[in-house]
Design a protein around this ligand. Structure first.
Ligand SMILES: [Zn+2]
Length: 254
């Protein structure tokens, strides 16, 4: 009788150990094998391919966290916890309907693989350098999130363009509006992509900001950070949805 109970106990322990190892393997794979998904290419956006390619509903099938812009280069888009916001050229944020279309975006399902605690007060340049030192390799893309109160952030937005669409650099140099936010609470949603992404996407760091009250934000240009905690997730896979339109087909892309 005693032997039988021990035998049952042994099997029960084995099953529990097996269940725990399967569960932890699952969570590990969801952390590490998450794909990044992008719509169109930075090269296409640079030459003015601002036609909508994918709906926000489609984007949400590929992620709950990301950034981009809307059809016609209509402001800066931020996706956080599956909710999308548009920061218009006036600096104010508005919810985006699922039927809205994006010409260029990046999303992923965000799971914090590791949190990096940085020290002291940092400029945006310091932040990038310190993060680069702490990331396991520069050769993988990462989703990057910073939450908290930021001493100062400089963000921008751009106005919606009309056809024929001008190149991105002309819109930025002539029409972008810059907003200085101070002691602002919110989330920076971003990515760090390897240098070999050039032409496909922004190589290096790219962040969009949204305040905790979801009323303001924009594309990050500069900032001051104090002891920031940075959540990062490596992305082991990358998917691109290329535009299915004449503007993309006829664009001279590098
Ligand atoms: Zn941006």
């Amino acid at each position: 009788m005693m032997i039988k109970i021990k035998w049952y106990l042994g099997i029960a322990v084995c099953l529990i150990v097996l269940a725990i190892s399967v569960l932890s393997a699952d969570s590990r794979s969801s952390h590490q094998a998450q794909p990044g998904f992008q719509v169109s290419t930075l090269g296409a956006l640079n030459v003015g391919v601002y036609q909508g390619v994918a709906t926000l509903a489609k984007l949400k099938q590929h992620g709950d966290f990301g950034l981009g812009t809307l059809e016609g280069l209509d402001g800066e888009m931020i996706m956080l916890n599956s909710k999308a916001y548009q920061v218009r050229v006036n600096g104010s944020a508005y919810p985006v309907a699922d039927k809205a279309k994006t010409p260029f975006s990046i999303v992923t399902f965000f799971h914090t693989a590791r949190s990096l605690q940085l020290k002291g007060q940092l400029t945006y340049q310091d932040l990038q350098q310190q993060l680069d030192k702490q990331l396991p390799t520069p050769n993988l893309p990462y989703a990057v999130r910073l939450q908290g109160t930021f001493p100062a952030l400089k963000v921008r937005s751009v106005p919606k363009q009309t056809l024929p669409y001008p190149p991105l650099k002309d819109v930025v140099s002539r029409q972008q509006r810059v907003f200085a936010l101070q002691n602002v609470r919110g989330t920076l949603v971003g990515f760090r992509l390897p240098q070999y992404f050039r032409g496909i996407n922004v190589a290096g760091y790219h962040f969009h900001f949204i305040t905790d009250d979801r009323k303001a934000g924009g594309h990050l240009l500069d900032g001051i950070f104090f002891k920031p905690v940075v959540d990062v997730q490596p992305l082991q896979d990358w998917k691109i949805q290329f535009p299915d339109n004449i503007a993309f087909e006829q664009a001279l892309l590098e």
